[in-house]
Design a protein around this ligand. Structure first.
Ligand SMILES: NC(=O)c1ccc[n+]([C@@H]2O[C@H](COP(=O)([O-])OP(=O)(O)OC[C@H]3O[C@@H](n4cnc5c(N)ncnc54)[C@H](OP(=O)(O)O)[C@@H]3O)[C@@H](O)[C@H]2O)c1
Length: 297
């Protein structure tokens, strides 16, 4: 099996690629940069450089949402590197004499917009706000292939946790100094998922011949930010705990503060559970125990 991974050098892709290699698949990673040689992986900087037919495409590329302040220019880059790039990818896939059988394309739970009281599952409609529009455009670009020879599944990813990178490293900064923090009143929802379960869910969907449509990739037990702080401080004791006032978060981070930190969404992974997927890390405590233990290695 030949797998093409876009964004394969990133936080999720770098954990996913070795799992494909372990299973004996050949992997091509589309990247903007020269990469060190790695057995079993071909790196290409353009789709036209691919020489053998691809069976499955995993589409994870995109400019980081948390990477920079959301200026108009950076917002345009976030959209172009996801929806714009996915349009090109889909055109390339359609033009192949043997099109890939499956496209698993990224998205995020930001699709639903923010709410403090609603439960979101895959049947919930798209919400409002920049991240919601971005995810909707990203999914629409992939869905052009629906009904073609290529099945399409989209991953509505929650906040992915693991050591070395991702949101958890940022969220743990103050805890390392013995200070437990949360943003605003801390009552906003945090639908998180362990990176190992994201990788397992992608492998699961690759092996499920019926996989199609959107999948929420979040652990079954979301928490509020305040609960996150409480669970983490039980493992990493803190001397002081407080919420960063919302106006200060807005001043420091701009629009991103509201959409990614001060408001959230409570999301359930109904479709994965119905399909028989078993989360290895269903509770936040089990995920943190694993991640903190491996952080010491
Ligand atoms: N991690 C999370 O918590 C989370 C949550 C929800 C959704 N997601 C989405 O899932 C996808 C994968 O997540 P991740 O955490 O692995 O992301 P990541 O670490 O930021 O990696 C994304 C990859 O996309 C490529 N990229 C970055 N900027 C780009 C640009 N301007 N144009 C084109 N390509 C660019 C980079 O690959 P090269 O440098 O090799 O080109 C990078 O390695 C992302 O699109 C992300 O938005 C992630």
């Amino acid at each position: 099996m030949h797998i093409l991974v876009t964004g394969g050098t990133g936080f999720i892709g770098s954990a996913l690629v070795p799992e494909f290699l372990k299973r004996g698949f050949s992997v091509t990673v589309l990247t903007r940069h020269q990469q060190p040689v790695r057995a079993g992986v071909t790196y290409v900087q353009s789709l036209d450089a691919l020489q053998t037919p691809v069976d499955v495409v995993i589409n994870l590329a995109g400019a980081s949402l948390a990477g920079r302040r959301w200026s108009d220019g950076y917002k345009a880059e976030m959209v172009a590197s996801r929806a714009g790039f996915t349009e090109q990818l889909v055109q390339w896939m359609s033009a192949q004499s043997i099109p890939p059988g499956l496209l698993i394309s990224g998205s995020a739970i930001g699709f639903y917009g923010c709410s403090r009281d609603q439960f979101f599952d895959e049947t919930s409609p798209g919400g409002r706000g920049f991240s919601a529009q971005l995810c909707q455009a990203w999914e629409s670009a992939a869905s052009v292939l629906e009904g073609s020879e290529t099945r399409v599944a989209t991953l509505r990813l929650g906040v992915v946790f693991d050591r070395s990178g991702g949101a958890l490293s940022e969220m743990m900064r103050s805890f390392k100094l013995g200070i437990g923090t949360w943003m605003g009143d801390g009552e906003q929802w945090l639908s998180w998922v362990h990176r190992a379960d994201v990788v397992r869910a992608i492998l699961f969907l690759c092996g499920d011949e019926k996989a199609s449509g959107a999948y929420n990739v979040v652990a079954p037990r979301p928490v509020t930010h305040r609960e996150f702080s409480r669970v983490l401080s039980a493992r990493k004791p803190t001397l002081l705990n407080f919420g960063l006032p919302a106006p200060i978060a807005r001043l420091l981070l701009g629009e991103m503060a509201d959409e990614l930190l001060l408001e959230g969404q409570r999301v359930t992974p109904n479709k994965l559970l119905e399909a028989g997927f078993d989360f290895r890390f269903a509770s936040l405590d089990s995920a943190l125990i694993d991640i903190l233990a491996r952080s010491k290695e």
